[in-house]
Design a protein around this ligand. Structure first.
Ligand SMILES: [Zn+2]
Length: 87
């Protein structure tokens, strides 16, 4: 492949503008490629009590934003029980 120097400069400028725009407009500066779209609630089986529980879209987005790439393994009830035991 052979690019004219002007084309390369233009392309670099486009990329810089795009990166700058992302950084300042939508706050998605930590990852260049957008995360996968979250479309529906997830059903997860609790590792403790073996019940299915929902991970809502909002919760999935929260975990994604916090960069917890693993999803939770326990339902809310079991998480609460763990918290109570710690007190
Ligand atoms: Zn549970």
């Amino acid at each position: 492949m052979c690019f004219a120097k002007e084309d390369v400069d233009l392309k670099i400028r486009e990329l810089l503008v795009e990166a700058y725009t992302r950084q300042h407009m939508d706050g998605a500066w930590s990852s260049y490629s957008p995360p996968p779209a979250i479309e529906s609630d997830l059903k997860i089986r609790c590792q403790q009590c073996d019940q299915l529980f929902d991970l809502t879209v909002a919760e999935q987005e929260f975990y994604q934003r916090m960069e917890y790439y693993s999803t939770p393994h326990k339902c809310q009830g079991c998480n609460d029980r763990v918290l109570l035991r710690q007190r």
